[in-house]
Design a protein around this ligand. Structure first.
Ligand SMILES: *[C@@H]1O[C@H](CO)[C@@H](O)[C@H](O)[C@H]1NC(C)=O
Length: 141
């Protein structure tokens, strides 16, 4: 009987351990300046993209999920004239579901692989048109 109580007590103590660990990441955590700056500086980040924003012509299909997470350039650049822009991109193909079909469908989304703070006015001509069309897409939201 005593060992049973002992085990019961041990279990109660063990149950408290994870709760205490997660308390350290509770509502009153202080995040150091260096980490704050590192996290918001220009880099590739996970971004939520609405499928219909990039495929507006496909409104007759109801995609599940409605949004996808892709890696895109985002973050702070020092200097007004600089923008966080991709220097390397790829197309990622993601599987989604549409209601009228059993099999998943595949949609392609642009992903950024490398970013840099750059002056949009000083880009080579062939890159400027690409960035302009991306910004116009974003303003439609
Ligand atoms: C991604 O696909 C689009 C549309 O097919 C194409 O215009 C673009 O050049 C592709 N980008 C890359 C990095 O492969």
């Amino acid at each position: 009987m005593q060992t049973f109580l002992g085990i019961l007590l041990l279990l109660l103590v063990l149950q408290r351990v994870p709760a205490q660990i997660s308390d350290e990441e509770g509502p009153n955590t202080v995040i150091q300046l260096s980490e704050v700056m590192a996290k918001c500086s220009c880099q590739v980040m996970d971004q939520l993209v609405y499928v219909y924003d990039e495929y507006p012509q496909s409104v007759e299909n109801i995609y599940m999920p409605h949004c996808v997470v892709v890696r895109r350039c985002s973050g702070y650049c020092s200097g007004e004239e600089f923008k966080c822009l991709p220097t390397l991109e790829r197309n990622a193909t993601l599987q989604l579901k549409i209601s009228s079909q059993e099999q998943p469908v595949e949609l392609t989304f642009l992903e950024h692989q490398q970013c840099q703070c750059r002056d949009p006015e000083n880009l080579p001509y062939y890159e400027r048109s690409v960035i302009k069309s991306q910004q116009q897409q974003q303003q439609v939201h």
